[in-house]
Design a protein around this ligand. Structure first.
Ligand code: C2E
Ligand code: MG
Ligand code: MG
Length: 420
């Protein structure tokens, strides 16, 4: 309240776009306190406060709202200047040597609202800066600054509508699992599928994940979706496993499910999955859990723990969108993955880039030596297909072979192949 009060006074005679409000917090701060102790957490916050005080110009107003969340009102609006200030103020790692292990990289979420209407209520200004910070939080680039735009407000309103609608949709069964077949590259036989969520909206029609998954990751609803997909996959496998003429399994298949990164903070996800699989008598190794590569840029320790638990429960692990991030290669030595899925952007042979092909070729070779299966994802044409096949890629998934389809269609496809 005091911050808002002072802001009002400070802005009385200010010009538009002269001041900015910065909203700043530390990513996964609760994890720092949980893992390295309350006192370490406190020191981190004090160091951050001291650095803000030191680096920002005289006359800057700042406060801690709660936990690790700070608000700053500064007389600056030129981006390079703001960025310098923020970079210097958050450069506290050196002050924490001995407290935080060296491998632990602090990351910040930073939102900036350049004040263009000085008459506006300070509470609203803060809200804008917070919104920018939250929307930037899940960006790929840690420590980057997210600037408020009008568009954010529109999107946030859309997000509010979807949030109000999602539980109804869930209860009315509008979420449906599609299956995209995967094929053995050499033989052309179907070996399984990836399960992909769709939203059959009563007025908007069939919605694909890019419309709702990012939002569900933010509001936590993705946990419900992932669980639903997993359970439907188990039901599907259960039905398939008994669908032969004599009630046996016509042919074993493997289905993969995506697991959102937010689930890594859910300590019993592996246990819950294992108990669902058990309920449907599914051998866990027939289910593959896909984790995206961007996840590997977060907290490595936590990721490894989660992966090991999933493996221990007997599921296979696949690294999705491999090659889209930065951490790829060295990662393979640490993580217990059975499968990597080469990112579709990576396979953009249109670039006709020789270097790219050399890299893909070596990744496939390296994976082979590590006993990791390679899947080429997003294969759209013959040329790509031929190239990847020649490179020795094991499995292929892409529009060129088959699109994601409803369970019934996929089941029919399987029967057509295996009922002989
Ligand atoms: P993903 O896991 O990498 O899934 C592959 C995406 O590539 C799917 O998009 C698929 O339809 C698309 N795709 C397959 N072949 C081709 C192709 O030849 N060309 C092109 N351009 N695209 C192709 P989709 O179904 O829209 O899903 C997008 C993303 O949403 C997924 O990427 C995944 O990250 C996420 N997602 C989907 N279902 C779930 C879910 O149940 N849980 C979670 N957490 N995320 C999900
Ligand atoms: Mg996937
Ligand atoms: Mg993928």
């Amino acid at each position: 309240m005091k911050f808002c009060e002072f802001t009002k006074t400070l802005l009385k005679n200010a010009n538009p776009e002269e001041y900015s409000i910065i909203s700043l917090d530390i990513n996964n701060f609760h994890y720092i306190a949980d893992t390295f102790g309350q006192e370490t957490g406190d020191t981190v916050i004090k160091q951050l406060a001291a650095h803000i005080k030191e680096e920002f110009p005289l006359g800057t107003l700042f406060c801690r709202n709660y936990a690790d969340n700070f608000s700053i009102l500064v007389k600056a609006s030129f981006r390079p200047i703001l960025e310098d200030l923020v970079i210097n103020a958050t450069n506290i790692q050196a002050a924490l040597i001995g407290l935080l292990p060296e491998y632990y990289q602090l990351e910040f979420s930073i939102g900036v609202y350049v004040i263009n209407n000085t008459e506006e209520k300070p509470e609203l200004m803060l809200e804008n800066a917070n919104m920018a910070r939250q929307l930037g939080k899940y960006g790929l680039n840690p420590n980057r600054i997210s600037y408020y735009t009008e568009e954010m407000k529109t999107n946030t309103e859309r997000d509010k509508d979807v949030t109000l609608d999602m539980n109804r949709a869930f209860n009315e069964n509008e979420f449906e699992v599609f299956f995209q077949p995967k094929f053995n590259f050499k033989t052309g036989a179907i070996i399984g599928a990836e399960a992909l969520i769709r939203w059959n909206h009563k007025t908007k029609g069939l919605l694909t994940p890019n419309y709702f998954v990012p939002l569900f990751e933010k509001n936590g609803f993705i946990q419900k979706i992932d669980m639903l997909v997993f359970e439907r996959v188990c039901q599907f496998l259960d039905r398939w496993n008994k669908s032969g003429a004599d009630g046996s399994c016509p042919h074993p298949i493997t289905i993969s499910c995506n697991l959102s990164r937010v689930q890594l903070y859910n300590p019993d996800v592996a246990k819950r999955y294992a108990s669902i699989a058990k309920k449907y008598h599914i051998t866990p190794s027939k289910i593959e859990i896909e984790l995206t590569e961007s996840l590997m840029m977060g907290n490595k320790e936590r990721l490894l723990r989660a992966m090991n638990e999933i493996r221990k429960a007997g599921f296979e692990i696949s690294v999705d969108d491999f090659g889209s991030g930065f951490s790829s290669l060295s990662l393979l030595k640490d993580i217990p993955a059975n499968v990597i899925k080469l990112d579709k952007e990576f396979l953009n042979t249109n670039n006709n880039n020789d270097k790219e092909q050399i890299i893909i070729n070596s990744i496939i070779g390296m994976a082979k030596q590590l006993d990791i299966t390679t899947v080429a994802e997003g294969v759209e044409d013959q040329e790509q297909s031929d190239l990847l096949k020649a490179m020795g890629c094991d499995i292929v998934q892409g529009y060129y072979y088959a699109r994601p389809m409803p369970a019934k269609e996929y089941e029919a496809l399987l029967h057509a192949q295996f009922d002989k």
